[in-house]
Design a protein around this ligand. Sequence first.
Ligand SMILES: N[C@@H](CCC(=O)N[C@@H](CS)C(=O)NCC(=O)O)C(=O)O
Length: 191
Amino acid sequence: MKLYFNKPSPYARKVRVVAHEKQLVERLEWHEVDPWADPRALLDATPIGKVPALLTDDDLLLTESQTIAEYLDSVGSGPPLIAGNRFEVLARAALAQGLIDAAFGMVIERRRPAAQQWQGWHERLRRAVDRTLPRLAVSEGRFDLGDISTACALAYIDFRLPEIAWRESHSRLAAWLDRANRRPSMAATGA
Ligand SMILES: N[C@@H](CCC(=O)N[C@@H](CS)C(=O)NCC(=O)O)C(=O)O
């Protein structure tokens, strides 16, 4: 299996964390690429040109972090990352993915040349972040796919958008993230 990734990507981090949690690190061929530079290796693997992308041993191309995470969960070892009420886990993972989308969108908007930035769009995404933070939920004592997505979303905000001072107003979630960040899978995958 070949995994195309880059270290700063919160989407790629989700699947990297899953690979660690499911003892798949040694079974993967890791291809670190910069998707913004359109490297030939990435474009040959995936027409979408985004990370993460996974090429399975059967030459099946999987794009989208959620799909890749579910695949790795199915082929790796250890307890399943989607257990119990499947849709409860998927709902938490999806909310966290929406949070990543909004936060990532804010970062990308700010990287445009000043004259091309759209302040109203940036503010709209920020409102989505602010509405979503109080709706996040984590499991009791597990580190399932919903938790992994939530941890990667919050860690990305800490990393790229420190001006969103979410920790003061969400202290229990902040304490949970601090514990999650100490897991070997999270510690090994920081940018
Ligand atoms: N919905 C996708 C998003 C993937 C994504 O946007 N990846 C970014 C890196 S953080 C990328 O490769 N961007 C390159 C581009 O848009 O051309 C997922 O969940 O995997």
